[in-house]
Design a protein around this ligand. Sequence first.
Ligand code: GDG
Length: 497
Amino acid sequence: MIDDALGDRSLVVASNREPYVHDYDDGEPTVERPTGGLVTALDGVVAETGGTWVAWGSGDADFDPAVAPNGRVDLPPEVATGDSDDRPGYTLSRLDLPRRLVENYYYGYSNQVLWPICHLEADPVNVAPDFAPAYREANRRFAERICDADPDVVWFQDYHLALAPGDVREAIPDARLVHFWHVPWPTPEFFEICPQATELLRGLLGNDAVGFHLDRYAANFRECVARFVPDAALTPAGEIRYEGRTVETYASPIGVDTDRVAANAASDAAEHYWERVAARYDLPADRSIVLGVDRLDYTKGIVERLDALSYLLEQNPGLVGEFTYVQKGTRTRDRIPAYRRYYDDVRARINELDRVHGTEDWTPAIYIEEGIDDRELAGLYRHADVAVVSSRRDGMNLVAKEFVAAQGATAADTPGVLVLSRFVGAAEALCPAALPVNPYDVSGFASTIGEALGMDADERRERIGTMQAAVREQDIDAWLAAQKQVLTGTASVVADD
Ligand code: GDG
């Protein structure tokens, strides 16, 4: 347990997104339970310590300030979470950021500068003059609020908070600071697009340890430090010496709660949801299902996937009527023009696919936008014959791992096949049992989907067995255990490449 190892040291977790969703429907916002595997797991860690979680009081990352009165969330700045012995509480400390700051810090710098740069996407990068000052200001406010809790240990999450560790280090030099970066870290050639490259690295070097999903992201980070921070030095052991301190980098692939996903897949709610979908879209029981589950983000390669499906049908008229592609899409970051354009593009291509290839009694692609819970999502995973994850770039990708964990809910189920982009973190553990694709290669991508559709049951079982072993080995508990060791400083975490 983390609190044993911490003794009486106090832990603060800091993330942009707060771990609770709120319901604004009836005027007064109400606090709901946390959802989602990762958030629930982190919630448990903070609860174990009785610590503090500092977050922007948005409700969720896709919060639209226009929805809440005056762009503000009228929730108390501090609340105690936890409502039973099973779920002990901690202090949730909410930052009420002004609307303009949110526009420029969250929708601006975080998601129009850092997100595309980390995913090696140059086109969407928009370095508007107001973005960097807002990012500095928001990070400063986070740091102040963190310091208010007088922490011994701080655990920062992700790319929204690169500068806060530097500020906290200055205020509390002896605190142990650890950062987990959930998205890829780019090569120095790409990172130098960022006008604040050196400043961001200096902020992150305020930490004692910086973690990534893969060794190669950690290696890219160290190369960027070597290139852009002249007064930092890399030791032969791969540590970074900076301002008289040692900063470690480490790799720790995040995973999913495999038991929970499997239980979700076997639940009545999963089955009922699938029955409703099958009835609504008139899907016969013997129709093969190809599934995509994504936030509607250009990094997820949805357009490339639809192009590959179109090419597959063009080249293989025999497949007409044989499968239905189900796209579960969740709109995201809609205040950013590139995301609105992407949404329009995805919708237009689905319509085009249906117009060009559809027949009187067959619609090749359906699009589901409604909000569904984890058990309903597991119903889609369970009934898919093929799942396609085709990100152009992705730190890890939990959808791939959840799909694997959801297969074989009953012995009678024939497991599905996973088609997986080579460019996602999950490919390292899951390929070649997952069929690897390059999403930019339309014909190769199309023929791999064709291969997946034609795969026999024995081969599907063998492949899913290999993938399930890998997903279990690197599950959410293994990830949390590794993070706890880093947070308590009880393990050397230097990436060994
Ligand atoms: C970032 C990194 C890294 C999706 N649609 C629905 C739904 N989801 C859930 C999935 C999954 C999660 O959202 C998406 O996680 P991903 O990992 O695929 O992607 P990002 O949101 O981009 O996450 C990524 C991750 O951080 C963790 O470090 O793996 O690389 O980009 O859990 O299940 N859940 C429900 N309904 C939906 O319609 N209930």
